[in-house]
Design a protein around this ligand. Structure first.
Ligand SMILES: Cc1cc2nc3c(=O)[nH]c(=O)nc-3n(C[C@H](O)[C@H](O)[C@H](O)COP(=O)(O)OP(=O)(O)OC[C@H]3O[C@@H](n4cnc5c(N)ncnc54)[C@H](O)[C@@H]3O)c2cc1C
Ligand code: SF4
Length: 327
């Protein structure tokens, strides 16, 4: 591992100040360290300075409008075991509880989970200098792409976003608080994540180098039914092949409007407008779930080795809706 300086800020303002470095140097926030330290050991990421942000807000508190505010230093396990989150936002408890293993959930933080880097095996190998590492090609297009994107494949990168928590956060309409040297900005979760063709292919979100994510605020859920379904090769110690959160705003047994967000299938948490349109105004039934699942995959464009993920994505949408309706 390359030698680095270590800074232990007392608060979020000091953390942001410590991220400012001279041109040509890099500084990165260090949360649970599970992703960042692994990348450093493999020489994928070689920062000159680490800024420890484990001391940032690690609390979950109610908001005036009946929602919740989650500090970025909250551990994943604390989401998975939180009574109020289970009551108001069950999909978050489900997603958090399925992350990795108990050890990973005890060490990993909300901020680290949302900002973890892609799992693409070319990205994770020092020898492959692809677009995401400043190179001029994507090795997955003609190489091994079994776990890559089936939606949003305009390129130039074809990763799937690795964060499980990001999916229900987008579905519940969360707001991310970002702090930088010029103050804070509050960004809808859906606008936080960026497609590879939206400017900087080397990043997965809108954060500037000297900004950190400090809080996730969830609005009061309202009269919604939610479902969450994940498919993995194995039940533990792995990322999903596909997952879906659905949040259905109900009027009796009729779905007034829907948010359908798929994970592990696109470079960002993927909101499926065709599925949402197929649900709006319909009764919550098995037939509706089937039609919405078909609509969700109607815009899939798999790569050479991952067409199998289309059916898995379809299943995750259908089962999430069935779960929401207790069907
Ligand atoms: C075997 C295994 C299985 C896993 N399975 C899953 C899974 O199913 N689903 C899933 O979602 N994850 C999974 N993970 C990933 C795990 O959840 C992440 O490694 C973890 O969430 C990262 O959190 P951390 O706090 O350790 O982050 P760190 O490693 O400290 O940080 C990760 C990155 O985010 C940046 N960062 C951290 N906090 C902030 C912040 N507040 N603001 C801005 N940038 C920040 C860091 O600079 C770094 O680049 C798995 C990991 C392993 C090892
Ligand atoms: S999918 Fe993205 S991370 Fe993977 S090789 Fe292609 S450009 Fe690199």
């Amino acid at each position: 591992m390359k030698a680095f300086a270590y800074v232990n800020p007392a608060n979020e303002k000091e953390a942001v100040a410590a991220l400012k470095v001279d041109a040509g140097s890099t500084a990165l926030p260090l949360a649970g360290g599970q992703d960042l330290l692994a990348r450093m050991k493999d020489y994928i990421t070689t920062p000159d300075r680490l800024v420890n942000i484990k001391g940032l807000d690690g609390t979950i508190a109610g908001t005036a409008d009946g929602g919740l505010r989650i500090g970025s230093a909250v551990k994943i396990v604390d989401l998975a075991e939180h009574d109020q989150i289970a009551k108001l936002y069950p999909a978050i408890v489900h997603a958090a509880g399925d992350v990795g293993t108990p050890q990973i959930r005890h060490q990993g933080t909300v901020g680290g989970n949302i900002n973890q880097r892609p799992r693409c095996w070319y990205f994770r190998n020092e020898e492959f200098v692809c677009f995401k590492k400043g190179g001029n090609r994507c090795f997955a297009t003609t190489g091994e792409n079994q776990y890559h994107a089936i939606f949003g494949n305009e390129g130039p990168s074809h990763i799937v976003h690795p964060s499980s928590l990001a999916v229900p956060f987008v579905a519940y309409g969360a707001i991310f608080r970002v702090l930088g040297p010029n103050g804070e900005r509050n960004v809808p979760a859906a606008d936080y994540f960026t497609m590879p063709n939206m400017g900087n292919v080397r990043k997965e979100n809108i954060l500037a180098d000297d900004e950190i994510l400090t809080h996730v605020t969830l609005p009061a859920p309202g009269n919604v039914k939610t479902g969450h379904y994940e498919v993995r090769y194995k039940q533990s110690h792995d990322w999903p092949l596909a997952m879906t959160t659905v949040v259905l705003l109900m009027n009796g047994n009729t779905i007034q409007s829907a948010r359908v967000v798929l994970g592990a299938v696109a470079p960002v948490p993927w909101r499926s407008k065709p599925a949402e349109a197929a649900l709006a105004g319909k009764p919550l039934s098995a037939e509706t779930a089937d039609a919405a699942a078909n609509a969700a995959v109607s815009e899939a464009k798999p790569m050479s080795g991952n067409a199998y993920k289309v059916q898995i994505a379809r299943t995750s949408v259908k089962r999430a809706i069935l779960q929401a309706g207790n069907l």
